[in-house]
Write a protein that binds this ligand. Structure first.
Ligand SMILES: O=C(O)CCC(=O)C(=O)O
Ligand SMILES: [Fe+2]
Length: 314
């Protein structure tokens, strides 16, 4: 249990795929996606649609954002945990993050930008919006493939229409020692699908079902696609939702961001009858994601090995 290995995440190429033209390639990719998500809950994806200039301008923008004075960063407040500015946590002092609700929407990206730069910052709002919009296309392709491969097509509109997007941008300071230090605690994501991207400083580790940690080493044009607990619950455990953490070493700061698709408040996550049978008895009672998150941030929720099982396990 828990040994470090040279294991790698599956690598899946989404280049030239289009959700509106279901070619043979679409079907082949779909079966790779299904297998990877059953086994690892996670894979590395390439996606041709992102130009190197956009990659560079997003990471320039993240550096500019985290270089702002603390007083300015604190202006991004939210009533929802991890949607506003997060930093200086005693448990994970290297970590800070900002949440941008509905970042694929140009008006929302612009109004977020105005909170930090009242005079505007078009390069920032444009790059953040563009990358989020492109990643939302990858999120949608993955979710369509998941529903098709589980024979749940009839829920497509309900499923796709029941989520919001949150872009979270993150900075991890280098620990400036030879030792490896925790950047972000081991956790499972609580949402539907997360798509992660980083600058060239590695640190993300994903745990396999047998307890080994995979050190993820993505290339500049690849993304990590990961299943969260809400999709794990909705598919009644057919897809895995992996524990992952960030381990930092050396002097360099790591910048990363994730596009999170999240169930809307009031939407009840309930596994369809098609994925429940004698061999796969129901794992979780139906739950409202926002109410579940409120539990997750209580002491009991933080202490539980699986907050979702503690909250609504059958
Ligand atoms: O920075 C990363 O690569 C991972 C971040 C993460 O796991 C999260 O925000 O939930
Ligand atoms: Fe995460």
């Amino acid at each position: 249990m828990g040994s470090e290995t040279q294991l790698k995440l599956p690598f899946i190429d989404f280049t030239n795929l289009d959700q509106n033209t279901k070619t043979n390639d679409w079907n082949l990719t779909k079966s790779q996606v299904h297998r990877a998500l059953e086994e690892f809950g996670c894979f590395e994806a390439t996606f041709s649609d992102i130009q190197p200039e956009l990659h560079t301008s997003v990471f320039d923008s993240l550096q500019e954002l985290f270089d702002l004075p603390l007083q300015t960063k604190l202006k991004n407040r939210s009533t929802k945990p991890f949607h506003g500015y997060v930093g200086q946590y005693p448990m994970v002092p290297l970590f800070e993050s900002m949440g941008i609700d509905e970042a694929p929407n140009p008006d929302k990206a612009e109004s977020f930008t105005k909170i930090l730069w009242p005079e505007g910052n078009p390069k920032f709002s444009k790059s953040i919006q563009e990358i989020s919009e492109k990643l939302s296309k990858l999120d949608q392709m993955v979710r369509i493939m998941v529903l098709e491969s589980l024979g749940l097509e009839k829920y497509m509109d309900e499923h796709m229409g029941s989520t919001n997007y949150l872009l979270r941008v993150m900075k991890y300071k280098g620990p400036e020692t030879k030792d490896t230090k925790l950047g972000l605690n081991s956790h499972t994501d609580k949402n539907i699908v997360t798509i992660l991207h980083q600058n060239q400083v590695d640190g993300l580790e994903v745990q396999t079902k047998s307890g080994d940690w995979i050190k993820v080493q993505p290339s500049p044009n690849s993304f990590v696609v990961m299943i969260g607990d809400s999709l794990y619950a909705w598919t009644n455990g057919r897809l895995h939702s992996p524990y992952h953490r960030v381990m930092m070493s050396g002097d360099n700061a790591r910048y990363s961001f994730g596009l999170f698709s999240i169930p809307k408040a009031g939407y009840v996550v309930k596994a369809p009858q098609e994925v429940v049978d004698d061999e796969h008895p129901l794992i979780f009672k139906p739950f409202d994601h926002v109410e579940f998150l409120q539990f997750y941030y209580t002491e009991a929720g933080q202490r539980a090995p699986s907050a979702l099982k503690a909250y609504c396990g059958v």
